[in-house]
Design a binder for this molecule. Structure first.
Ligand code: ADP
Length: 452
């Protein structure tokens, strides 16, 4: 059934996964998040406003434009600058003063990946600890082993000049004798192990935790077990503990969970920049079959000066076939496919970003949630459809939004190979109220004119 857009088999979605691809590829939320962390080297640009909802609307709202204003210990400030941070990111401007305020305040913060959440709470934890006290004071939980390690690395790097602050990882495989109390002031781990360390093994006294951070709440609650364990950890903590919760998205379920574990919260939200269609020229090409689509793609590519292109396929098999065909034609191609490990995918994206390969072929499942920007051409080799076979407008926008960024002209070309796919193009046109123009890839002159 792979690739059949009329397939009416709706696969069951297991906990922890957002969606299934046509090959049964899973969209693992934690993997997606890890992938973004692995490929990210700087803040994502975001011009949107920060929304702040205070627990006590009468208290003054502070925001900072410099790290100096936070009056951090000099060692910590040095660590921040040493990471190459010159000034707080948009979310940090508001979140940091709240996180460092005395008396403490609780916070729920939501902003897309890459906006500086991890750096913000790492700073808060490092600033919070009293290094003279040799017990665990800050506890941070993350959904997976790998994500916990990523956060730990940030804390270690930022705290490089704070020699008396120590960090322990409560993750599988880290074992100690029952009853031995940890001396590390900061513990980062996954919910199951953290819960064991607090209750069964008694390495941490939860009543002595004064700052609790729950990261990636949306990923956390996608797994029922993690959700329950997080709540159980929360219940162990003292009422005076400061609580911070972070999430990249904020569906109702995340919100309900957040309210359960964060009493009296301040709320900070950073809206995602609306992807604008105004700088993207959209076209469709009529084709008979996949070979015809391939020929159209080669014509398109041959006649345009294209910096980089991203091509979306419906199935893993199709993506593999297309990548191989393009390589045969002499193109340098990167392929993102469901069976690849996260690290392999990160490496492929990295090479593509660095321009080593000019074309990235991917299935939707692999590319969802990955921020690769600045592409000049997006090709829908297969159109994005939902499980019912209708146009998947969100995915279409997400795909073509990779191009036309920062005021530059971008192009999006969709391959149409049936009456049904033409119908999908019409649905997309209606939804976005934008014309998708027909392109004849055999007519070079017309094509150059349209796409200039
Ligand atoms: P998030 O947790 O929201 O995904 P991160 O804290 O991981 O975001 O930050 C994304 C990237 O931006 C990281 O490479 C991080 O080192 C960097 N970064 C974070 N804060 C700043 C800042 N104030 N200035 C410059 N770079 C920053």
């Amino acid at each position: 059934m792979a690739g059949d857009i009329n397939a009416n088999i709706v696969p069951e979605i297991p906990k922890g996964y957002h969606n299934w691809g046509p090959d049964g590829d899973k969209v693992d939320l934690a993997e997606q998040s890890l992938l973004n962390k692995l490929i990210r080297r700087s803040l994502v640009r975001n011009r949107n406003q920060v929304e702040v909802l205070q627990a006590d609307p009468t208290s003054p709202l502070f925001s900072v434009k410099t790290f100096e204003e936070l009056r951090l210990q000099p060692e910590l400030l040095k660590g921040v600058y040493n990471m190459g941070f010159n000034r707080p990111s948009r979310i940090q401007e508001n979140a940091l003063p709240m996180m460092l305020a005395q008396p403490h305040q609780n916070l729920i913060a939501q902003s897309q990946s890459g906006t500086g959440k991890t750096a913000a709470f790492s700073l808060a934890m490092l600033s919070h600890v009293n290094p003279a006290n040799k017990w665990t004071q800050c506890l941070c939980i993350a959904p997976t082993y790998e994500l916990a390690l990523q956060i730990g690395q940030v804390i270690e790097q930022m705290g490089k000049f704070c020699p008396d602050v120590e960090l322990a990882y409560a993750i599988r495989g880290n074992r100690m004798e029952r009853g031995i109390m940890l001396k590390e002031q900061i513990v980062i781990g996954t919910p199951g192990t953290v819960l064991d360390w607090c209750t069964k093994y008694k390495h941490i006294d939860p009543k002595k935790i004064t700052l609790f951070v729950l990261d990636e709440a949306d990923v956390m609650i996608a797994t029922q077990g993690h959700r329950d364990q997080s709540i159980r950890i929360y219940r162990q903590l003292s009422k005076n503990c400061q609580m911070l919760l972070f999430s990249a998205t904020f569906e109702d379920s995340v919100w309900k969970f957040a309210e359960q574990v964060i009493p009296d919260p301040n709320i900070i939200k950073l809206k995602r920049e609306e992807e604008t269609l105004d700088t993207i020229k959209q076209f469709y090409v009529m084709c008979r079959n996949k070979e015809d689509k391939f020929a159209a793609l080669c014509n398109l590519y041959g006649s345009l000066t294209i910096a980089q292109a991203m091509i979306f396929c419906h199935t893993r098999k199709m993506a593999g076939w297309l990548a191989a065909s393009l390589i045969q034609e002499g193109h340098q191609v990167a392929l993102l496919s469901g069976e690849m490990m996260v690290e392999q995918r990160a490496a492929a994206i990295e090479r593509f970003r660095n321009g080593k390969e000019k074309v990235l072929v991917t299935t939707n499942v692999c590319s969802r949630g990955i921020d690769v920007e600045q592409i000049s051409l997006v090709v829908n080799f297969d159109l994005p459809v939902d499980l019912g076979g209708d146009a998947d407008n969100d995915t279409y926008l997400h795909r073509i939004g990779r191009t036309g960024r920062f005021g530059r002209q971008g192009f999006a070309v969709s391959m149409v190979d049936s009456v049904h796919s033409m119908d999908i193009i019409k649905q997309i046109e209606t939804h976005f109220k934008r014309k998708i123009r027909k392109l004849d890839t055999n007519n070079l002159e017309e094509m150059e004119k349209l796409m200039s």
